[in-house]
Design a protein around this ligand. Structure first.
Ligand SMILES: [Fe+2]
Ligand SMILES: [Fe+2]
Length: 346
């Protein structure tokens, strides 16, 4: 369609001439998702160089557009091949702690069990709050050319907001309360990352991986239907965060294999900082003890709890090693002794 400059003298209307190729899309099985509109000149495959403006992918560049500060010019710095699908899944699977947890199934629990659950929730509510801040710091560094990676992080921040609120509600709802503040050492490392991939590998793959392995044992940790449901629903969200991180790491290693040693270095340091416990802080004494009480089913069954805790550690480390394998980073022979002792031979 060509502009008709005789309609109204003084109007520019030159933008009318930019419609050189019409864009159309057909809704798929899940409706009109970002995948269906990711085509032609609008697709991530057609991404040009970044220009540090807010020109969204596919829009026609305006000469003289302002820059908005440094952001990543290269797609591989922030991209993950599943970010489009993960964002859509996140929008479709939001839940609300106010209504989706069967709070009415909570009953008074023996003091030590209630307090152990509250101690665990105290650590988790801190971990989840930081898990929102960490990706939040990186949003300005994502180019508008890779906006789906940004949308995914925004959905993660909403997920982490819900996790922060659900663990706080659990701590306050059944006669306990918040107990000892967590160790926080591994969490500071996440905030101190100076590169997107460093942040993602430390947070999505390592820290959230450890948290996820724990949530997946929620059926054993939770003593009530409400507690089990909290872990189940949170695990559903965490699996998206992990999937983004694993596939981001894979994308980096596929497109820029020379970065492998640099990434190993970040993990060497973080595994050391976290004393082998990782950012889930499970080896911090109040957390270790509360998990053992919950897993064992009481202070008097503490030894049984310790055995199950060791299974949890084993699961955390082996799942972590496996996720790194999937991404294409073999660290099995680089783990320090605190982690290596748990790794099964492959
Ligand atoms: Fe979370
Ligand atoms: Fe998460």
């Amino acid at each position: 369609m060509a502009a008709n400059p005789t309609i109204e003298p003084g109007l520019d209307l030159s933008w009318l001439n930019l419609y050189d190729e019409p864009a159309t899309a057909t809704p798929g099985k899940k409706g009109l998702t970002l995948k269906e509109i990711n085509a032609g000149r609008y697709s991530d495959a057609a991404r040009g160089g970044g220009d540090m403006t807010y020109r969204m992918r596919g829009a026609v560049a305006r000469p003289g557009a302002h820059r908005f500060g440094p952001n990543y010019m290269s797609k591989s710095d922030v991209w993950s091949e599943n970010c489009i699908m993960l964002y859509e899944e996140a929008t479709q699977r939001q839940w609300a702690s106010a209504r989706d947890i069967p709070w009415d199934t909570l009953q008074p629990l023996p003091d030590e069990i209630e307090r152990a659950m509250c101690q665990l929730c105290t650590m988790l509510t801190e971990v989840e709050f930081i898990a929102g801040d960490v990706p939040g710091q990186w949003l300005p560094f994502i180019s508008a050319q890779d906006f789906e990676a940004g949308l995914f992080l925004m959905s993660q921040i909403m997920d982490e907001a819900r996790h922060t609120d659900v663990f706080r509600k659990r701590a306050l709802v059944n006669g306990g309360g918040l107990l000892a503040q967590g160790a926080g050492l591994g969490l500071r490392t996440l905030l101190e990352a100076r590169d997107f991939t460093e942040m993602s590998v430390l947070m999505h793959v390592q820290a959230e991986g450890f948290v996820q392995s724990m949530f997946r044992m929620g059926e054993l940790i939770g003593q009530t239907e409400a507690d089990k449901r909290i872990f189940r629903m949170s695990a559903q969200d965490e699996s998206r965060h992990l999937a983004f991180g694993v596939m981001h790491l894979k994308y980096v290693l596929d497109t820029d294999p020379d970065r492998a040693e640099e990434i190993h270095h970040y993990l060497d340091k973080a595994e050391g900082d976290a004393s082998g416990g990782g950012s889930g802080d499970v080896t911090f004494p109040p957390v270790f003890e509360s998990l053992c009480i919950l897993l064992g089913g009481g202070v008097e069954k503490f030894d049984e709890g310790v055995q199950k805790f060791l299974l949890l550690r084993k699961r955390q480390i082996n799942e972590y090693a496996h996720r790194l394998d999937v991404a294409g980073l073999n660290r099995r022979n680089r783990f320090g002794p605190l982690m290596a002792q748990f790794v099964d031979p492959v």
